[in-house]
Design a protein around this ligand. Structure first.
Ligand code: NAP
Length: 280
């Protein structure tokens, strides 16, 4: 596994396992399988309702906690200094650990400055080894990054071959903030897995579309956390460190960028209203 160094010197696996849309009941089993397949970095969130399953799988693995890298995210309904502080304690309890490796603000809404202050406090106390944000697009990202003392270590944003976040990455670079991709396969949208460019490149290396798509991001220094509940795919998705895409193949994939979300816009009032109404 290749590691990436965050802006505070912390090392993080460049590839991990994401558990969005995995039920609390299934989560422990899936994370245990991912651990057996070699994953050591797990990405969860308060809003996924499955932090407990992640913690239990890690505990039951018998592998020292120090070998894992656990990311979780504070949801909007826990925003604000006091509420966020409480929720960090709840996450620690559910994850059955005394520190979170990477703690993120899930969405740029609510009193996220208060949330960030609580995270900075947790960072200073050693309860979080690194802190950062998610879904902070350039305007909100720069506003926050300019006003806080602990610069975000990562910004987890929708990033895949069709929405490559080229400009955002250039901006984040100025703060040493790493791009962490969510939806590295765009959840299969836009006929992702039958894309001809990716298929043809894959054939040259004896690799699948999924492997080529992950490799493209990794070669751009982007952290990936693909999700699958299928054991064979877990193995496939982690098996991306034995080949390297040529400059020419990287360039062909750069051309697939439409620089637009395939999901939703954080600037759409109805979408914002919808996620604000989701309480945990
Ligand atoms: P994704 O990883 O882009 O796609 C997951 C989908 O791809 C699933 O349907 C999975 O199917 C399928 N798949 C996985 N590997 C495959 C393979 N090798 N071949 C064919 N199909 C494959 O989507 P995601 O779960 O949205 O994103 C990944 C992680 O990012 C999440 O789990 C979560 O941790 C994080 N995330 C964060 C945010 C945020 O707001 N911060 C938003 C979304 C996601 P099966 O599971 O059926 O195998």
């Amino acid at each position: 596994m290749k590691n990436i160094t965050l802006n505070n010197g912390l090392e993080m696996p460049i590839l991990g396992y994401g558990v969005y849309q995995i039920s609390p009941e299934e989560c422990e089993k899936n994370v245990s399988e991912a651990i057996s397949a070699g994953y050591r970095s797990i990405d969860t969130a308060q809003a996924y309702g499955n932090e407990e399953g992640v913690g239990t799988a890690i505990k039951k693995s018998g592998i020292p906690r120090s070998e894992f890298f656990v990311t979780t995210k504070i949801w909007i309904s826990n925003a604000g200094f006091e509420q966020a502080k409480k929720s960090i304690e709840q996450s620690l309890q559910k994850l059955q650990t005394n520190y979170i490796d990477l703690l993120l603000i899930h969405q740029p809404f609510g009193d996220y400055y208060g949330t960030y202050s609580a995270m900075e406090e947790a960072y200073k106390e050693g309860k979080a080894k690194a802190i950062g944000v998610s879904n902070f697009y350039p305007d909100r990202f720069i506003d926050l990054a300019e006003h806080v003392s602990v610069k975000p270590a990562v910004n987890q944003v929708e990033t895949h071959v069709f929405n490559q976040q080229i400009k955002s990455q250039e901006l984040m670079d100025k703060y040493g903030t790493k791009v962490m991709s969510w939806g590295p396969f765009a959840e299969g949208k836009n006929n992702f897995f039958s894309n001809e460019t990716l298929q043809n490149i894959g054939k040259k290396y004896g690799k699948s579309v999924a492997q080529v798509a992950l490799r493209f991001l990794i070669q751009r220094d982007i952290i990936v956390i693909p999700k699958t509940v299928t054991k064979e795919r877990m193995i496939e998705n982690i098996n991306v460190f034995d080949f390297e895409l040529s400059r020419q193949d990287m360039d062909s994939i750069f051309k697939l960028d439409i620089a637009e979300s395939l999901f939703f816009s954080h600037y759409d009032a109805d979408f914002v209203k919808m996620i604000l109404s989701y309480k945990i």
